[in-house]
Design a protein around this ligand. Structure first.
Ligand SMILES: C[S@@+](CC[C@H](N)C(=O)[O-])C[C@H]1O[C@@H](n2cnc3c(N)ncnc32)[C@H](O)[C@@H]1O
Length: 244
């Protein structure tokens, strides 16, 4: 079974020999890949939906991996005990739902080494949640399938400073490592926002004018990041507020 670009990119961030929980595993593809490629010797594969978990159970049974992949039914991190795993993957869900799953088990999160989070939307809100709740973003990834981009955020427990707004939107670690897909990703963001601006016409109300200005400024910020990449220099310091 060939893993999609998105799932492969997620798997790249899993530390070798780690004990993993894949929250919302659905089909169970990530756990199977991790054990078949000797990245993890054992994986807990969980889902809140019995029907989704059944897909994993059937897949794991068909491959006779029952001694290495352990399906569990339940909500988020409720189904593990402290120190049972050191890496948690939460992928393919909205950023707000991911933050709710982390928030639900705040104490347990302190016992986990690495969080690999792949939001399908609201990545900005997820980064803000992480900063406000004593997580630190240690790495970021990008994957592309067809026209669609996927962001991957790797976090650990630890204090971090507030990031500038633009780096909540475009992960700073992507800029830092000059990710090969980053230019294309930013261009797409610019195209999307410019499309909204084009539909605006002449803004008439105060609210519309404010929104118009906000969108124009967003395009400006994206273009500044592009220039930052061209120069390959971090004129914005380390992305944290007050370090320019
Ligand atoms: C779109 S699938 C993503 C599957 C896989 N993680 C991936 O990235 O391809 C989302 C899965 O998350 C599960 N899910 C949603 N909320 C959950 C929660 N609070 N705890 C555990 N699983 C959850 C859903 O039942 C569904 O199977």
């Amino acid at each position: 079974m060939e893993l999609s670009n998105r799932l492969l990119e997620i798997a790249k961030f899993v530390p070798k020999n780690s004990k993993v929980l894949d929250v919302g595993t659905d089909h169970g593809y990530i756990p199977v890949y991790l054990v078949q490629n000797s990245i993890s010797s054992e994986v807990i594969a969980s889902d809140i939906s019995p029907a989704s978990l059944q897909k994993t159970i059937d897949y794991v049974d068909s491959l006779r991996l029952n001694d290495r992949i352990f399906p569990r039914l339940g909500n988020g991190l409720d189904i593990i005990k402290p120190n049972e795993v050191d890496t948690v993957i939460i992928a393919g869900m909205g950023g707000i739902l991911i933050s709710e799953i982390l928030d639900r088990n705040e104490e347990l999160c302190k016992t986990i080494e690495t969080f690999i989070l792949q939001p399908m939307g609201a990545s900005k809100e997820l980064r803000q949640y992480l900063i406000e709740n004593s997580f630190t973003i240690v790495d970021e990834g990008l994957a592309k399938e067809g026209r669609r981009f996927y962001e991957i955020i790797v976090a650990k427990k630890g204090e971090s400073k507030q990031l500038e707004d633009i780096y909540l939107d475009i992960g700073y670690k992507l800029i830092e490592k000059n990710h090969p897909l980053l230019r294309e990703f930013i261009n797409r963001r610019i195209e999307d926002v410019e499309e909204i601006i084009a539909k605006f016409g002449v803004p008439k109300t105060c609210k519309a004018r404010a929104r118009y200005k906000e969108l124009k400024n967003l395009v400006k910020s994206y273009k500044e990041v592009e220039r930052e990449l061209e120069g390959n220099q971090h004129y914005r310091g380390n992305g944290e507020m007050g370090t320019q």
